[in-house]
Ligand binder design. Sequence first.
Ligand code: ADP
Ligand code: MG
Length: 155
Amino acid sequence: AMRHLPYFCRGEVVKGFGRGFRELGIPTANFSEQVVESFPSDLSTGVYCGWACVGNGDVRKMVLSIGWNPFYKNIKKSVETHIIHTFKDDFYGEILSIVITGYIRPEKNFSSSEALISAIQEDIEEAKRQLDLPEHLKLKEDNFFRLPEGKTVNH
Ligand code: ADP
Ligand code: MG
């Protein structure tokens, strides 16, 4: 899971599949199928942490899930970013830039939405801790977040 990190990615925020994360209080900004397909196929499913920026807004902490997409009968992946920040409005159609800096845990199935929510709350706490470490913090300042759109660079 770690071999490809840090992983830089930029793409438009598209509509998800209405899994109702927003109602659970945990909205996830979804990347398009094309962007998901550009990910290394051996970047394992699971929960990751890193930095995210909407348009040319502030760079903020995020947790990211790479998961099997039930909408496509689990043959395609979905990549969803929850930015650890409360936004006033939705940002569908905006360009989301992310760098994935750390791995948190493998993908899991949950028996209830309560169990899912509490797992995500723990992921968020773990992400906050990891992202305060110097090797993660330095990527918050990466030039990637200050480059014009389209110049997607993976090192
Ligand atoms: P969808 O199924 O369309 O992805 P979600 O319930 O997952 O719907 O909500 C995702 C949308 O919520 C994002 O596309 C974005 O426009 C908005 N949003 C608002 N706050 C956040 C946030 N903190 N992190 C991610 N997305 C957010
Ligand atoms: Mg979503």
